[in-house]
Design a binder for this molecule. Structure first.
Ligand code: ZN
Ligand code: ZN
Length: 357
């Protein structure tokens, strides 16, 4: 059975609990996950009765691509992909409540005889636990980012006098040359006081000696996103810079050591936050501890104070505490890694000591 067929079988096993005969998948990433299709218009009907009753639909631009990427499902060609599948359906038909607008729902509900039933996060729940091929893609995405960052440092690319934007473009280009389809998200290069802004966008401001410089970046490979943060200092660190770096690294270590099947995102967040609080910076840790990564840069599981649900083997998640001193500077250290029975297998292998450049 192909990965995609196995994922559809896993989805089918969830349909009885929500009492539907089939589910209409309209989110393109969920369709990619279930079929391998990468085009920009599609819908998929996964029937509880099996793949022989399931149907894929896309438009005329993708006839060749659909035949190559989705050879194992009956395919209908229709520009209005979701309506075409609803027209064929009967009985209770699940739809993805998180991915259908009210207007689209109204339009679909008026078609044919099927009764639309809201479902929530069925495919996302499956996507949170990765199979071997997905972990391989994520491992590669992390390696591309590691290698690009190492080369940027080795070539003297992080230095006083360059702008945040120049350094960011340099890093992005290195990731692309290294095999990334794209950066996983807009690369963050935040120098000096900007490093205290958790999600700063690179500007024309110039890196100065004495600055903390925070890099948050990742590569996309085969659709999968890596995510890593490292903070460096230009010249010998001041005591406060070294101190907050030590605190953040200790917090990250405390959480990473706790990662295992059966823990919760809440417990992981708590473990890191306790270290930051005990060091007196509790109110300077401004965000949740982490998140899952995969076909999206933020997906399940949640890893935060309010997270519900349990961490399972083969989930891939980030651990990224930070301390931000407004007007002065901040430090975040972020890894991506796999949850294994033996603990957290870190995929982002760049060293985590405070790098002095
Ligand atoms: Zn990040
Ligand atoms: Zn992240």
């Amino acid at each position: 059975m192909s990965n995609h067929a196995a994922r559809r079988a896993a989805l089918r096993s969830l349909l009885a609990a929500v009492e539907v005969e089939a589910v209409l998948v309209t989110d393109l990433l969920n369709i990619r996950y279930l079929t391998g299709f990468t085009g920009s218009n599609a819908a998929l009907l996964v029937a509880a009765g099996g793949d022989h009753r399931s149907t894929f639909c896309t438009d005329g631009r993708y006839v060749t691509q659909a035949a190559a990427q989705v050879p194992d499902l009956r395919t209908v060609i229709d520009r209005a992909s979701a309506p075409a599948l609803v027209r064929e359906a009967t009985g209770r038909l699940g739809f993805e409540a998180g991915h259908l607008t009210v207007a689209d729902h109204t339009r679909l509900a008026a078609i044919g005889t099927a009764q639309l039933v809201a479902t929530n996060g069925l495919v996302e729940q499956l996507r949170a636990v990765k199979d071997a091929d997905e972990i391989q893609a994520l491992r590669r995405a992390c390696a591309i980012a590691d290698d690009a960052f190492a080369a940027l440092i080795a070539d003297g690319g992080i230095r006083a006098g360059r702008t945040e934007r120049e350094v960011g473009l340099d890093l992005d280009e290195r990731m692309r040359r290294g095999g990334a389809e794209d950066p996983a998200f807009e690369t963050i290069v935040a120098a000096g006081a900007h490093s205290a802004i958790p999600h700063h966008r690179p500007t024309g401001s110039i890196l100065q000696r004495g600055d903390l410089v925070k890099f948050d970046f990742g590569a996309r490979f085969d659709g999968y996103h890596s995510d890593m943060t490292r903070t460096v200092v230009l010249g010998a660190p001041q005591a406060w810079q070294q101190e907050i770096h030590d605190v953040v690294l200790a917090a990250q270590t405390a959480a990473e050591e706790l990662v295992a099947p059966g823990t919760t995102g809440q417990q992981l967040d708590r473990a890191a936050r306790r270290v930051v609080e005990e060091a007196g910076y509790g109110d300077r840790f401004l965000h949740g501890l982490g998140h899952g990564i995969g076909l999206e840069i933020h997906e399940g599981p949640a890893v935060a104070a309010a997270a519900t649900g349990t961490i399972e083997a083969d989930m891939v998640l980030t651990v990224e505490p930070g301390v931000y001193l407004e007007g002065r500077g901040g430090v975040r250290i972020e890894d991506s890694g796999v949850v294994r029975a033996s603990g957290y297998e870190v995929l982002t292998l760049t060293a985590k000591n405070l790098l002095v450049l």
